[in-house]
Design a protein around this ligand. Structure first.
Ligand code: KIV
Ligand code: ZN
Length: 556
């Protein structure tokens, strides 16, 4: 395969396939931060979103293209169904990027064509020919995906891919949309296309695997072995249902077993841990401790025999080092006596960019508070602190003070003081089943916006009794009709025009993240962050629509 023999391109779809999963919604500012971090990670392509889904999605893709799509930066891709309006919207949204790609798709499996699109195979080929050709008339870099390729008739899939190649597609992405295939089958499908589709050797073949059977990464790697030179994946493997192939696992498999795969990626692996943490904190989905590469236990050696081996010679039980993925934070670097200069130097070394001196000052104050409570402050603590503090959630309500009493024979009681949107102080108290419950009830009495707590998780950032706790909460807004989510729209609609539409009316779930050495206080910060996100969401929708319309977004 021509110019890409040894290089596998990493196409990150965290902001599209990842973000479209229910409850993984991010704000515009969060998407921008993730996109900036993906650029630092050095991914080849960022799929920034699905512009036709809503004016808000269009605006997010447009902003990412403007901010992150520099000439030496990643290609910015926008997703489009195979119809003119979607393709035009994707094209207008990615305009500001120096390197742009339109990614268009059309199902090729009989089950989708018959029951969802109500099209014949012949009509399907015609749509592909016309719409890939139309996209190519706008943009030189065109990706086409035959959706549900994994369950398509192999002969028809070859035909469909050949039509797309002839119409001008430059990347052919082969999705196992429902995560049905085994690695052997997926590899064989890629090899079949690679060997039998005229002209495909001048194009890039890409993998796109879902994890319904837990083999998305294995399938992607089998695709690489069979000739694919682009892998579509997401940070922490987030995505529809069981998710997509996880970027960190694919990249580290290729990094660690480069000789076996005979390829490389251009990913800056040292940015992996930070990217994982950023995405996890924004969407409120903690990384499981046993998750490969980025889980808290991924590099922890617990058993005596393993510890003994590692102390004698690291490679006895380690196939890659924690440092390679940016997890080298065990060293004591900062403490009580460290000043501004030391913190600035450390933040710089960790690749943390702050927007203003005011932001630095805020981080410095929190850092000093942390040093008063914790003797050993390492890189992991600092990254957690920065992630917690710089969530860019508008502080509609600011937690000013929290106090609680609890014990084995007392009723948990909490008092909170919040500063409201107009600067007024609100104080309230409540009792609860536990201290967190009491705090949340007191906060609810002030904020007065009903929500349901649907997830609460605590994690210790580092070892030790004085470890910093990170709390992640997810809340669901109450009192609004629950609307169709993206997955339902995808499977229930009956024409190309309606597939995937309505995803922006997904059930509204908001996450919040808080860090503190006191777990209960971390929980209070996390809850306020989630509530602020919920309160800001409505305003943001209106603002994003205004930005989109002002920048050229149109409706039919
Ligand atoms: O899984 C899938 O088929 C997709 C396509 C839109 C590429 O996400
Ligand atoms: Zn997908």
């Amino acid at each position: 395969m021509d110019p890409n023999v040894g290089q596998v391109r990493i196409f990150d779809t965290t902001l599209r396939d990842g973000e479209q999963a229910p409850g993984c919604t991010m704000t515009l500012e969060e998407k921008l931060q993730v996109a900036r971090q993906l650029a630092r990670l050095n991914v080849d392509i960022i799929e920034a979103g699905f512009p036709a889904a809503s004016p808000g999605d269009w605006a997010a893709v447009h902003e990412i293209a403007r901010e992150v799509g520099s000439a030496d930066g990643p290609v910015i891709a926008g997703l489009a169904r195979a119809n003119r309006d979607d393709i035009e919207k994707a094209w207008s949204a990615i305009q500001p990027a120096a390197n742009k790609r339109i990614h268009t798709f059309m199902s090729t499996s009989d089950i989708h064509l018959e029951h969802q699109f109500r099209k014949t195979r012949a009509q399907c080929l015609e749509i592909i020919r016309e719409m890939v050709g139309f996209a190519r008339s706008l943009c030189a870099d065109i990706e086409f995906s035959p959706m549900d390729a994994g369950r398509s008739d192999p002969a028809f899939l070859r035909e469909a891919v050949a039509v797309a190649v002839a119409a001008g597609a430059t990347t052919l992405n082969i999705p196992d949309t429902v995560g049905y295939l085994t690695p052997d089958e997926y590899g064989a499908m890629i090899a079949d296309l690679y060997n039998n589709v005229p002209g495909i050797k001048e194009c890039i073949i890409s993998t796109h695997c879902h994890d319904d059977l837990g083999v998305a990464v294995a399938n992607s790697l089998a695709g690489v072995r069979a000739g694919a030179r682009q892998v579509e994946c997401t940070i922490n493997g987030i995505g529809e249902r069981a998710g997509n192939a996880s970027l960190e696992e694919v990249v580290m498999a290729i990094h660690t077993r480069g000789q076996f795969y005979g390829v490389r990626t251009q990913i800056n692996t040292k940015e992996i841990a930070r990217t994982s943490r950023l995405v996890s904190s924004f969407i409120g989905v903690p990384v499981p401790p046993n998750k490969a590469i980025v889980g808290a236990n991924a590099f922890a050696h617990e058993s005596g025999i393993h510890q003994d081996g590692v102390l004698k010679h690291r490679q006895t039980y380690e196939i890659m080092s924690a440092e390679t993925v940016g997890l080298d934070g065990n060293e004591l670097v900062l403490g009580k006596h460290s000043g501004r200069h030391a913190l600035r130097t450390k933040l710089h070394a960790l690749g943390v960019e702050l927007d203003s001196e005011e932001e630095f000052q805020h981080i410095f104050e929190r850092f000093k508070e942390l040093c008063d409570r914790k003797k050993r402050v390492d890189d992991r603590d600092i990254l957690a602190l920065v992630t917690g503090e710089l969530q860019h959630t508008p502080e509609i309500f600011k937690l000013d003070h929290v106090q609680y009493t609890s014990g084995s024979s007392m009723i948990p009681t909490a008092t909170v003081r919040l500063i409201g949107p107009d600067g007024t102080m609100h104080v309230d108290s409540n009792q609860g089943a536990g201290p967190v419950d009491a705090i949340y009830a007191a906060i609810n009495r002030i904020v007065q916006r009903p929500s349901e707590l649907i997830e609460f998780s605590i994690n210790a950032i580092t070892e030790g009794l004085d470890a910093v706790a990170e709390v992640t909460v997810r809340i669901r807004e109450q009192g609004e009709a629950s609307e169709t989510n993206g997955a339902e729209a995808l499977t229930s609609s009956s024409s190309t025009e309606t597939v995937l539409s309505g995803r922006r009316s997904a059930q509204q779930i908001f996450s919040g993240y808080g860090v503190h050495t006191d777990t209960i206080i971390a929980a209070a910060y996390a809850y306020i962050a989630a509530l602020n996100k919920m309160l800001a969401a409505h305003e943001e929708r209106i603002k994003a629509e205004a930005v989109a319309y002002a920048a050229g977004y149109t409706t039919d």
